[in-house]
Ligand binder design. Structure first.
Ligand code: SF4
Length: 164
């Protein structure tokens, strides 16, 4: 296994994080002691990218829950909104140092979205890693990142070069 060492990171929504679920979430009611606010964002589950208007209730402990969702053209929009409010998921993209390769840095990404809250921890894990060339696009660089069941994979090929 590799010793990571990233130099940059970006994050994008992983379509795989929003697998189709047949039943919509039921609408909920906010309790009297909850603060309700409206958030607007796009569902990124499919290319339609519906503009969602989401009512979110926050209780005294800061816990959030979705009260209602509008603008979704299918039930998956409500699932997406719930996920986005309670545990947003993103694909992590970064780089790993390459040893004996024709590139010094290998672009890598998670093969599915992981909780955004874990990104800093995952970056710390990857930061001290390195990988020996040759590497092929899709090779697993790190298994089961932080127990998420998601792997970190190579985004490109890197050929081996003997350095003197
Ligand atoms: S709500 Fe449904 S149709 Fe709209 S972007 Fe999400 S998955 Fe696509």
């Amino acid at each position: 296994m590799a010793e990571p060492n990233p130099t940059s990171t970006t994050a994008s929504t992983g379509a795989g994080a929003n697998e189709p679920i047949a039943e919509p979430l039921p609408e909920k009611e906010a309790a009297d002691d909850m603060v309700v606010r409206t958030q607007r964002f796009h569902c990124t589950t499919c290319p339609s990218e519906c503009a969602l208007t989401v009512e979110v209730a926050e209780d005294a402990t800061g816990a959030l829950r979705v009260i209602s969702v509008q603008g979704n053209r299918c039930p998956r929009g409500k699932i997406f909104a719930e996920q986005e409010i309670t545990c947003p998921m993103r694909i992590l993209a970064t780089t790993v140092v390459v040893k004996n390769g024709d590139e010094r840095l290998l672009p890598v990404r998670t093969d599915n979205a992981i909780p955004r809250a874990l990104h800093m921890q995952a970056m710390e894990l990857v930061r001290h890693a390195s990988i020996e060339a040759p590497i092929h696009m899709g090779d697993v660089i790190m298994n089961d990142v932080l127990g998420t069941g998601v792997d970190l994979i190579a985004s490109m090929d890197v050929a081996r070069v003997a350095r003197t």
